[in-house]
Design a protein around this ligand. Structure first.
Ligand code: TRP
Ligand code: SF4
Length: 338
């Protein structure tokens, strides 16, 4: 670990997701792409965590919610997308109780005003009506998230844009701890993907609650149906009307799913010159998306038939995560003299 005046560099990555439902292509291009990239970079140690406690904070009174099941679901989604337990540590937050110990320690260093002004929290209070989030644990959500990161002394956190306020808070909490107890934790930096955000098939934010997402687990029929229902350039009524790809959601999907730049240019030109119709354009896009999803589907069917391997992966991850976590907690307790 390198050290200069007030920063630490560990080249360690921690990131996580709450298990709350199937992953869609927005998760893939917004977060998983970076996880996959770092997975191949041996200059970093990688810890990818299923944040089951965080999920519990908004579902504690929901009798239908089954945390064990959704934990396995997200694990299957990650593995299908190519996250490789031989290259990274995959673990479940609740398997390492040290997260909770550090959470309570950091709680005592987090002024309530910081949590009250957290934009993610304010937004959740305004918009989430179908979940029970007016509780003490949910209020402290970013404190546990900070504990998740610094328990491994991670300095790099690849996340989606929506997590930036949490990372900002994490740095503030870290600075406060380091100020009172001596330089202990790195200030974690967030890493975002380059790709423009994918909108849902109806052009709103891609989200389960809008029913507008393409899931990594969708069948080819589902993908075809969803793509064919996408809104295109609304001013293009007849096939002979020239189109405006730059305002067309279908075209923004082409930019994401097609790696051949010339093909993208061809779609663009053909649309502008009214040489292809929207139906053909969508049909070809659906084919591309299905090609992208095919290897993911294959891996999914493997893991669905080898469920015991899932438990082995979590068990292995737990052991590796625990080693580091225990060391950090010992150091922290020593520093706070408890
Ligand atoms: N809040 C994150 C999300 O909803 C999940 C998460 C929990 C996380 N702990 C973390 C992400 C630590 C990065 C680092 O997706
Ligand atoms: Fe959009 Fe394709 Fe139709 Fe052009 S041809 S408006 S890019 S769907």
């Amino acid at each position: 670990m390198e050290e200069n005046q007030n920063t630490l560099k560990t080249n360690r990555i921690l990131s996580g997701m709450r298990p709350t439902g199937k992953l869609h292509i927005g998760h893939y291009f917004g977060v998983l792409v970076n996880w996959l990239k770092f997975q191949e970079d041996s200059s970093y140690e990688k810890y990818y965590m299923i944040a089951d406690w965080h999920a519990f904070f908004s579902e504690a009174t929901n009798k239908e919610f089954n945390l064990k099941k959704v934990t396995l679901d997200i694990l299957i989604d990650w593995l299908s997308a190519g996250i490789d337990p031989n290259k990274v540590v995959i673990f479940r937050q609740s398997d390492v109780p040290e997260h909770l110990e550090l959470h309570i320690i950091l709680s005592a260093l987090t002024p309530m005003s910081w949590l009250e002004r957290n934009p993610t929290y304010k937004d959740a209070l305004e918009n989430i009506k179908n979940k029970d989030i007016r509780n003490y644990a949910f209020f402290g959500y970013p404190v546990l998230q900070t504990a998740d990161i610094v328990l491994y002394k991670a300095d790099t956190v690849p996340v989606g844009e929506d997590q930036l306020p949490h990372l900002e808070l994490a740095r503030e909490i870290v600075r406060r701890f380091n100020y009172y107890y001596g330089l202990t934790f790195p200030e974690p930096q967030s890493i975002l993907t380059k790709a423009a955000k994918i909108l849902g098939i109806d052009r709103r934010k891609m989200s389960k609650s809008y029913n507008n997402a393409i899931y990594l687990s969708d069948s080819s029929d589902e993908v075809n149906k969803k793509v064919m229902s996408m809104i295109t350039d609304e001013s293009r009524i007849k096939k002979t009307d020239p189109g405006h790809p730059d305002i067309c959601n279908v075209f923004s999907y082409w930019n994401i799913f097609e790696s051949d730049k010339e093909k993208i240019e061809w779609v663009k030109r053909s649309c502008i010159k009214a040489e292809i119709g929207c139906v053909q354009c969508k049909r070809e896009l659906a084919k591309k998306i299905n090609e992208f999803l095919e290897p993911i589907r294959e891996k999914r069917s493997y893991y669905e038939n080898h469920k015991d391997e899932l438990y082995d992966i979590l068990e292995e991850g737990k052991k590796k995560a625990k080693q580091l976590a225990v060391k950090t907690i010992e150091e922290v307790k020593d520093r706070i003299k408890i």
